[in-house]
Design a protein around this ligand. Structure first.
Ligand SMILES: Nc1ncnc2c1ncn2[C@@H]1O[C@H](COP(=O)(O)OP(=O)(O)OP(=O)(O)O)[C@@H](O)[C@H]1O
Length: 337
């Protein structure tokens, strides 16, 4: 549905986007993920029409939109700062886009009430001034305002990053539900890998103006294509060359100790350690435990190698520092570069 073809974006001598090629499918929740300054917002702004690419084409349903002005691109937008009209009440904020499009008064009323219901804004909140609402409520209004005009595409630039952790998690779920209810093609910008993994159908991981990998959350996490992606997405154990050499000899596995290798804590286990299931089994000593509530992060020392894993706190997990346990993983879960 959306295609970026050979997109280059320069600001003076600085190239923010080098040569972007990306296809986003109809109805997808697609996330642009990467560290600060890697070009996510710039890419999004070029789709919306705030920035003109120096080179390349942006297509929506096969039609080149580079020269179409912002207001005719039919894109709903939600930003980190809610960008609502502070002196208007919620109702007026939601009605604004519809009035601009010359909807009749009773149609405006119907649409405003319908969208308010969908985003859980009640009658009382509808007639409050937006400045009297909490951050989470204001962001709900901003999302409703973007959706009420029934755009073809919804873009969201770090919409949850001003909210506290609990609200962010709650709104994440609500936003994802709304997106699938509406079936609207959505492009979401974030630097938060957990947000990207939990919400997206697919993710593009950006680094310094280039895309390093495009894939589903599972593909990106389990099969990170580059060392950058591997380190940016989630926790990791870096495996020392000497440790790789040791398991190559002791466990008789085919690995290349000269490569940079990592294993994710979630792929390391101490439960049901069985040679039929795991090709690497080594003994380690618990040197650190970090309690996370449902699970604990446990760090094992094996010579000069430390390996962390996550263990569910299910009462069987009562061994302390200094205990020795067998830990196991599969070489096929090692990410090597
Ligand atoms: N109008 C501009 N003029 C000059 N440089 C710009 C402009 N807009 C962005 N840049 C530069 O382009 C690069 C990419 O910026 P962009 O805002 O796209 O990053 P980002 O990945 O969205 O980061 P963040 O998460 O911090 O918003 C940065 O180095 C930024 O300084």
């Amino acid at each position: 549905m959306i295609e970026f073809k050979n997109i280059q974006i320069k600001f003076g001598d600085f190239t923010a986007i080098h040569n972007l090629n990306l296809e986003i499918k109809e109805g997808e929740f697609f996330t642009l993920l990467g560290p600060s300054g890697c070009g996510k917002t710039t890419t999004l702004r070029s789709l919306v029409g705030f920035i003109n690419p120096t080179n390349g084409d942006i297509l929506v349903n096969g039609e080149r939109i580079n020269d179409i002005p912002v207001e005719r691109r039919e894109i709903g937008m939600v930003f980190q700062s809610y960008a609502l009209f502070p002196t208007m009440n919620v109702y007026e904020n939601l009605a604004f886009g519809l009035q601009l499009r010359k909807y009749k008064k009773d149609e405006v009323d119907k649409q405003v009430r319908e969208i308010a219901r969908k985003v859980d804004l009640n009658e009382e909140q509808l007639f409050k001034k937006v400045s009297d609402l909490s951050g989470g409520q204001q962001q709900r209004v901003a999302i409703a305002r973007a959706l009420v005009i029934k755009p073809k595409i919804l873009v969201l630039d770090e919409p949850l990053s001003n909210l506290d952790a609990k609200l962010r998690k709650q709104l994440r779920g609500e936003l994802k539900k709304l997106q699938s209810q509406f079936g609207i093609t959505s492009i979401y910008v974030t630097h938060d890998q957990e947000e990207a993994l939990t919400m997206s159908d697919r993710i593009a991981v950006f680094n310094k103006g280039n895309i390093e990998q495009v894939g589903t959350p599972k593909e990106i996490f389990d099969h990170s294509k580059t060392e950058f992606v591997c380190n940016f997405i989630g926790d990791n154990n870096f495996l020392q060359p000497s440790f790789l050499q040791r398991i190559k000899n002791e466990c008789n596995v085919a690995i290349d100790p000269s490569k940079k290798a990592y294993i994710r804590p979630g792929k390391v286990t101490t439960k049901n350690v069985d040679v039929k299931k795991y090709d690497v089994i080594v003994e380690g000593e618990i040197v650190e435990k970090e309690y996370h509530g449902i699970s604990s992060k446990v760090i094992y020392e094996l010579g000069n190698q430390r390996i962390a894993n996550m263990e569910i706190e299910d009462n069987s997990n009562d061994y302390g520092l200094g205990s020795r346990k067998r830990i196991a993983f599969q070489t096929s879960d090692i990410l090597a570069y």
